[in-house]
Design a protein around this ligand. Structure first.
Ligand code: FAD
Length: 451
């Protein structure tokens, strides 16, 4: 039986390990931490007695959501037997300061006309904003590479989404309240930095291609519960080695001959690294990876436990303020707030972040004015994702490397997707396919996009 070592137990590592394990490979997965999931995970926070223990609560490092068009991620959850733990929501709530709430949802018409009814009624946009947005959505359909395979527009990786929106003469309000609101959270980058190709993909696959593709999936359990080690062991020949950081990948005579972990050498026929980009050079300097142009974009998650319920909405996007999303984790009293591309909060002290969040919440939910905070937790993920900026796509490496038995995966590699969970799983499947090819047992794991 051919063997593989997978380095990293985030989504890319778990996806490649499960795919290979289920198709006849003996897999050893090395994860530095004591738990799985990498950047999409959960952990206990202290309870009343300020210590992690019986009163502690398990929270996600940050709310993670997906859209129905994330077919490889759902396929991966299916492998783990947890696809039914993802609850899909058909309504998007947009709230303006002052509390007026608009709902975007699909109606009876087929794609791409499925939003027609609710879109034209959205009160937070004016008629000229909407006419401009409708025009731009039409342009996305025309200019998207996959619609016109030969004639698709070729500069979308090189220009920013904001450049493209300005070219399409979008109003300032449409940019701020519609494009910005959807895309900054989806891509974790500001419009003036993000490559237009990523913005296109979100709208093409998520909003235009199929009538249900926009539905938002939210895990009904803590993220960490999705990657049960027992399930992984059962689904294939995957041996999990937790708290087992790989310190070095050993290259000799043009191939990889082993990894060093905890002072011991471990060997396999094939190796996949799924660690974040900034970790690779230290593991294997001989790879001479060119990471010029790679930088991080932060995300801040603010968890608030309040003495009263602020809202019955399951989630909402909050317009015109710093906080972009609210997720109702429990009865309107435990709220998880998310700020993507949160550079403005990185240096801000924790207490100020919480005060800002409460001030802003009071503008959307009047009951917040008198609410008392019972507990608060701020998670600033400075290295949340790579910055999916214009001009970077060609620098994202593919799975194959100059070493014939060493492959790369991770949301930063060239998965065809931005740095999100679907991209991580796709990269894991692509690396597993490359391993199967190298072993002479070619297999397909990657599912094609919905359009
Ligand atoms: C705050 C936040 C919010 C996000 N929100 C969303 C969202 O709503 N939707 C979405 O789709 N995506 C979201 N993302 C992005 C998503 O989490 C990532 O794209 C995805 O989890 C990356 O997976 P990965 O396997 O590529 O990398 P990682 O998750 O980083 O996995 C790498 C693993 O390698 C391990 N490792 C590192 N070095 C070593 C070593 N030397 N030896 C062994 N193991 C090692 C790490 O511990 C880690 O477990 C969010 C990310 C963050 C941080």
């Amino acid at each position: 039986m051919p063997s593989a070592i997978v380095i990293g137990g985030g989504l890319a590592g778990l996806a490649s390990a499960s795919a290979l394990g289920q198709s006849g490979f003996q897999v050893d997965l090395f994860e530095a931490r004591g738990f799985l999931g990498g950047r999409a995970t959960s952990y206990p926070v202290p309870g009343d007695n300020s210590e992690v223990g019986v009163n502690s609560e398990v929270i996600d490092n940050c709310q993670h959501v997906l859209l129905r068009c994330c077919v490889n991620l759902m396929n991966f959850y299916g492998r783990l037997g947890v696809a039914d733990r993802i609850q899909f929501h058909k309504r998007f709530y947009f709230i303006e300061p002052g509390g007026r709430t608009s709902i975007l949802e699909a109606g009876a018409l087929p794609a791409p006309l499925h939003f027609t009814g609710s879109f034209w009624k959205l009160p937070f946009l004016g008629l000229s904003d909407k006419i401009g947005i409708a025009r731009a959505l039409g342009a996305i359909r025309r200019e998207h590479g996959r619609v016109h395979l030969s004639g698709g527009r070729r500069d979308l990786d090189r220009i920013s989404m904001l450049d493209w929106l300005r070219e399409k003469r979008q109003t300032e309000r449409a940019i701020a309240r519609f494009w910005n609101q959807v895309l900054v959270s989806a891509i974790n980058e500001d419009l003036d930095r993000m490559a237009a190709s990523h913005g296109f993909q979100v709208f093409w696959l998520g909003f235009l291609a199929r009538a249900n593709a926009y539905e938002m999936g939210i895990p009904a359990v803590p993220l960490g519960d999705l990657y049960n080690p027992e399930v992984l062991r059962r689904i294939g020949n995957v041996r999990l080695r937790l708290r087992a950081a790989v310190d070095q990948v050993i290259a000799e005579d043009g191939a990889i001959r082993g990894v060093l972990a905890g002072g011991e050498r471990h060997t396999a026929d094939y190796y996949i690294s799924t660690v974040p980009f900034e970790r690779v050079p230290a593991l294997l300097p001989q790879l001479e990876l060119n990471l010029d142009g790679f930088e991080h974009s932060p995300i801040t998650g603010i968890h608030l436990w309040l003495d009263r319920s602020l809202t019955q909405l399951p989630h909402a996007t909050l317009l015109d303020r710093t906080i972009q999303w609210m997720f109702n984790k429990s009865g309107g009293r435990y709220l998880q707030l998310v700020v993507s591309a949160s550079r403005s909060l990185v240096e801000m002290p924790r207490a100020e972040v919480i005060a800002l969040a409460m001030r802003e919440l009071a503008e959307f939910f009047p009951r917040a004015k008198d609410a008392k905070i019972e507990k608060a937790h701020v998670v600033k993920e400075i290295r949340a994702t790579f910055s999916a900026r214009a001009g970077l796509e060609q620098s994202r490496p593919v799975s194959a490397t100059k070493f014939p038995n060493f492959f790369l995966a991770g949301d930063w590699t060239r998965s065809g997707w931005p740095p999100i969970m679907e991209g991580a799983v796709r990269s894991g499947y692509l690396a597993a396919e490359a391993v199967s090819r190298a072993a002479g047992q070619e297999q397909k794991f990657l599912l094609p996009d919905i359009a």
